[in-house]
Design a protein around this ligand. Structure first.
Ligand code: F0G
Length: 461
């Protein structure tokens, strides 16, 4: 496979120094952090691949837009500009800003999910699951079987299994299903895209059963780029056209603008239906703010309007997805097992093949995360046993997740090719020394979303 690096389609006019600590310091720092990278100070991290959420660099036009933000409580000019950009992009008429993605989830779930309901989708992100569970609802992850096999090459591993969807719709019906949620791209299994033909079929199924379809659109632009690259008939369409078609199959979307909004904070709900918008705006007033700012400053909305226009630019996306593909290719050349093909925002290590000698219950993914920090000051994140173990609230029994992954998440427009090279070299060294990796035991965990705050000890120490 080709290993070409697409040069950055930007030049740098402001820099933030980063520092590589010594290995001895890192051994101490990670021990003091309870072997949990969430407890590290970012100043002690050399290359930070924890997340692509809110960690991107804004363009000069976005910084300029900040100064033009209208901070009016009601009727802000920046709100109307954002509304116009979102209407053009999605075709959805009604726009409610929120402070980030999970706030949008909160409002929609609060309105539509009742105890005992099921929400089918490809794979719900953890905050989405959390909000559903708070409403005593159940997530139904119906991603295609290929999506759960890291080695299986498939162009659209985020697709929904249409047969299982139909079964769920027949079994539970409109009484028990409030809506279908399609996450583009699908974060939990590798940032994998969903095809337009799959989305169209989901729409048809939803119509047969009289149900609405919503998108979790956090990474919609990356999804559209993959459609252009991989789906027959779309090579000559531009990203805006593809996005318009994608959104045309939905009734609205939830967006964490910290990803493909190219901003450091922000989100929104966009809807077709006026009545639902009115109810969402009522909820928004309680939890977020007046509907023309919804938890954001006017300047945040101004920067977001600008970011949503930049994110669909072909040069931006070619570099973005190309940078991820480059890192994946370097790792492959070093023999490192990955989720294939790589997604848009991250390269995911396939832990079960990387460290098969460490049993899943003693956190093999976390062992790699710790080793990678010690090796190169690189902060990655475990998406496996620590993050996604389901605990039965009644019996305390644990259900281990089907995928055990470590995510190397690339912030937007932040790092260059040489950073990717440094990351690849560190991962390859950890892989060569994999026999030395040690499992971990938990010394503290919270009852929900434990991975953020849990503390570990190394086994054998
Ligand atoms: N949906 C998806 C697909 C996400 O990846 C995230 C966040 C959210 C919703 C929630 O949005 O953070 O703005 O409240 N993902 C981050 C990550 C945290 O690291 O993948 P938020």
């Amino acid at each position: 496979m080709e290993r070409r690096y697409i040069a950055e389609p930007f030049k740098i006019k402001m820099v933030e120094p980063i520092r590589l600590t010594s290995r001895e310091e890192r051994v101490r720092l990670i021990r003091e952090a309870g072997y949990n990278i969430f407890n590290l100070r970012s100043e002690d991290v050399y290359i930070d691949l924890l997340t692509d959420s809110g960690t991107g660099a804004m363009s000069h036009n976005q910084w300029a837009a900040l100064l033009s933000g209208d901070e009016a409580y009601a009727g802000s000019r920046s709100y109307y500009r954002l509304q116009e950009v979102i209407r053009t992009l999605t075709g959805y008429e009604y726009v409610l800003p929120t402070h980030q993605g999970r706030a949008a989830e909160h409002i929609l779930m609060e309105l539509l999910v009742k105890p005992g309901m099921f929400v089918p989708g490809n794979m719900h992100f953890d905050t989405t699951r959390g909000h559903l569970q708070m409403k005593e609802g159940f997530p139904l992850d119906l991603v295609i079987a290929e999506g759960l096999q890291p080695q299986f090459e498939h162009p659209f591993k985020g697709n929904i299994d249409l047969e299982r969807l139909e079964e769920a719709l027949q079994q539970y019906g409109t009484a028990k299903i409030p809506f279908i949620l399609v996450t583009v791209t699908c974060n939990n299994n590798g940032g994998q895209p969903v095809s337009l033909s799959n989305i169209r079929a989901v729409r048809q199924a939803a119509e047969r059963h009289g149900l609405p379809v919503f998108f979790d659109a956090a990474r919609f632009a990356e999804n559209c780029y993959f459609i252009r690259q991989r789906e027959p008939g779309y090579a000559n369409k531009n990203i805006r056209e593809i996005a318009r078609e994608l959104f045309s199959y939905g009734d609205g979307c939830l967006m964490s603008a910290k990803k493909d909004g190219l901003v450091n904070i922000g989100g929104f709900i966009a809807l077709r239906d006026r009545a639902l918008y009115d109810r969402a705006a009522e909820q928004g007033i309680i939890y977020e703010g007046f509907p023309t700012y919804g938890g954001l400053a006017g300047r945040d909305m101004a920067a977001l309007a600008c970011g949503l226009e930049e994110v669909v630019e072909p040069d931006y996306l070619e570099h973005r997805v190309g940078q991820t593909a480059y890192l994946a290719q370097r790792l492959r050349e070093g023999g490192v097992p990955l989720v294939e093909p790589p997604g848009g925002h991250a390269v995911y290590l396939d832990v079960k093949r990387f460290a098969p000698h460490i049993p899943q219950p003693v956190f093999p993914g976390q062992a790699i995360v710790v080793a990678l920090y010690i090796e190169g000051g690189v902060r990655s994140v475990e998406l496996g046993t620590a993050a996604f173990t389901d605990k039965d609230p009644a019996t305390g029994a644990c259900k281990l997740p089907p995928l055990e992954l470590v995510r190397l998440t690339i912030p937007r427009r932040v790092y260059t090719q040489s950073h990717m090279d440094a990351v690849a070299e560190s991962v390859i060294r950890v892989y060569r020394d994999r026999a030395a990796l040690q499992g971990l035991r938990v010394v503290y965990e919270a009852p929900v979303m434990r991975h953020f705050t849990m503390r570990f000890e190394l086994l054998g120490s």
